[in-house]
Design a protein around this ligand. Structure first.
Ligand code: HEM
Length: 520
């Protein structure tokens, strides 16, 4: 006995190491051979640990790697000990639209003001309450009242681009983010914030910087332990502090707008009955359902969610669309020819009803949303516990595999939009694929069924009508008035997509030159 004790004491490190190694081997064996998910195809190293997928998340290449797994293993792949991804239309409908699984905790990295908003509310039931508050604002009829402000901002784009001397290149990502900050703020608070005008004279807009910084802050925040966050934020570097404070900068801005509108309401200032800004709608909604002023916090977070969800997504899409105009003279020519038939003077933009009926403009924007979906990543959901109410059995049958409650399941637009049997030459930008030819009805229906740039089902993008409107109006204003050219620094390599829930170019910039067209 003393001998055994001596041996243990002499080899403590080695024995501890062996125990830890044995533990990991047993865990790996369990995941590979005995877990309820062990029959699902996929790389063995993904099945035993989340580490492998995390490395691809960090390399900002998750969408591509998941897509390559579908090509290798088929439409259902196990990508983690507890995570299964699928690429199948009926299953997508089942999970997101029919059974409406709750979101996973991944979304908590997008909390604003340390509080939930519609996008981060995980359970389906509480989400319904939030959605009821904001959804009426984004109907086409309600948004039509904000068209004058969107036109004004689009014409400002034209003015600013027209005033750039010597054909200098601008960074479209930043330029369009400022445009979208004006658009979203007009619809949210009733007026634009002059972000584009400030951009034009080189003044940094702290709100727009904060909107751009917020997703990066979210990633950092989820990677750094809560106790260390305060310390990390106190690093004395101005730019760094701005990034850490992006949540605070946005919340102070929105708080002031909410306070301002509340004052107007209590002072009895007359309200317009048809042109209702989102802030007014939310104040009314929360006042009806709760007398608690704590609901102001929910209103502020909701607005912040829309600024974050709406600005970068739409500006990235606009940037990629302009890049396509710069390298595809054939596409630019067709679009300009169509726009020239409805725009006769560079200072007036047609009503959205006219733009919605232009086939080539529609095809161009749709192809952009397909190939350059701004949020094409896995939309994670959780298999719920069985319940008589949701009629979900003990295990969820995913294409023949029984998944226990708690399993994470997800699909991604990246793959749905690149299915070669639905979208021939999926990596090519071909607006023509969306044009009606008289005998392609079946093909168009199949393509439409596979499109999910705005997500799908009960958690589909709340602002998709606003995004569609802003995209059409901005592209019309630009393509009608400018020929877009790429400077040498903007290349296939610099524009290669990277993803971290949303996409962005590898160089994090999109420099383009806008040369005025020789028409009035
Ligand atoms: C091209 C532009 C846009 C794209 C590609 C896009 C994409 C998406 C996607 C994929 C989702 C679903 C996320 C999920 O299921 O987990 C989503 C949700 C959402 N988006 Fe967008 N979005 C865009 C523009 C906008 C705009 C302009 C706004 C508002 C100003 C907005 C507000 C929202 C909101 C509030 C949600 C959460 C919906 C809910 O759960 O109720 N988005 N978006």
């Amino acid at each position: 006995m003393p001998l055994l004790l001596d041996f243990i004491l002499d080899h403590t490190v080695a024995i501890s190491g062996a125990i830890v190694a044995l533990y990991f081997i047993l865990c790996a064996l369990y995941q590979l051979c005995f877990s309820p998910l062990s029959d699902i195809p996929g790389p063995w190293y993904a099945a035993i640990s989340d580490l492998w997928l995390t490395t691809h998340v960090l390399r900002l290449q998750q969408c591509r790697i998941i897509d390559s797994l579908f090509a290798k293993y088929g439409p259902v792949v196990r990508v983690g000990p507890n995570k299964v991804v699928f690429n199948d239309l009926p299953t997508t409908r089942n999970v997101y639209s029919i059974l409406k699984f709750d979101k996973s905790t991944y979304y908590k990295s997008l909390l604003t003001n340390d509080n939930d908003h519609a996008m981060t509310t995980l359970p389906h039931a509480s989400h319904v309450f939030r959605k009821k508050g904001y959804a009426p604002h984004y109907t086409p009829t309600s948004l039509a009242h904000f068209q004058p402000e969107i036109h004004q901002s689009a014409l400002e784009l034209v003015n600013i681009l027209g005033g750039i001397v010597n054909g200098g290149a601008i960074d479209c990502l930043s330029f369009f983010r400022h445009f979208m900050a004006d658009v979203v703020s007009a619809s949210s608070f009733g007026y634009g914030i002059g972000a584009l005008s400030r951009w034009a004279v080189g003044i940094e807009d702290p709100l727009v910087t904060a909107i751009g910084d917020f997703p990066k802050r979210g990633i950092l925040r989820s990677a750094i332990p809560a106790w260390a966050w305060k310390f990390v934020c106190s690093i004395p570097n101005r730019r760094w502090r701005r990034l850490c404070d992006s949540d605070k900068i946005m919340s102070e801005f929105v708080n002031a707008r909410v306070y301002e509108r509340r004052l107007q309401m209590v002072s009895g200032a007359p309200e317009q009955s048809d042109r209702v800004a989102l802030v007014q709608r939310l104040l009314r909604y929360y006042a009806e359902v709760s007398s608690d002023t704590a609901s102001d916090r929910d209103i502020v977070s909701e607005h912040m969610g829309h600024l974050v969800g709406g600005c970068d997504t739409t500006s990235t899409t606009l940037s990629y669309l302009c890049w396509e105009l710069s390298r595809r003279a054939d596409v630019a020519g067709k679009l300009q020819a169509e726009l020239d038939t409805v725009i006769h003077d560079c200072k007036t933009l047609p009503d959205i009803a006219i733009l919605q009926n232009l086939p080539y403009l529609g095809a161009f924007v749709k192809e952009g949303l397909r190939l350059y979906s701004a949020a094409p990543s896995l939309l994670e959901r959780v298999v719920p516990n069985s319940s008589a109410k949701t009629a979900i059995p003990e295990a969820f049958d995913l294409m023949g595999y029984a998944l226990p409650p708690g399993t994470l399941v997800a699909t991604q637009a990246w793959s749905a939009h690149r299915n070669p049997s639905v979208f021939p030459s999926p990596e090519s930008f071909l607006p023509e694929r969306w044009l009606e030819t008289g005998d392609n009805q079946g093909q168009l229906e199949a393509m439409n069924r596979h499109m999910m740039p705005f997500g799908t089902g009960s958690r589909v993008c709340g602002g998709q009508n606003l995004a569609q409107m802003a995209l059409r109006i901005a592209i019309t204003a630009i393509a009608r008035n400018f020929d877009v050219v790429s400077p040498p620094e903007t290349t296939e390599t610099s524009m290669e997509m990277r993803d971290s829930f949303v996409i962005f170019p590898a160089s994090m910039t999109c420099h383009l030159i806008f040369n005025p067209r020789k028409i009035r």
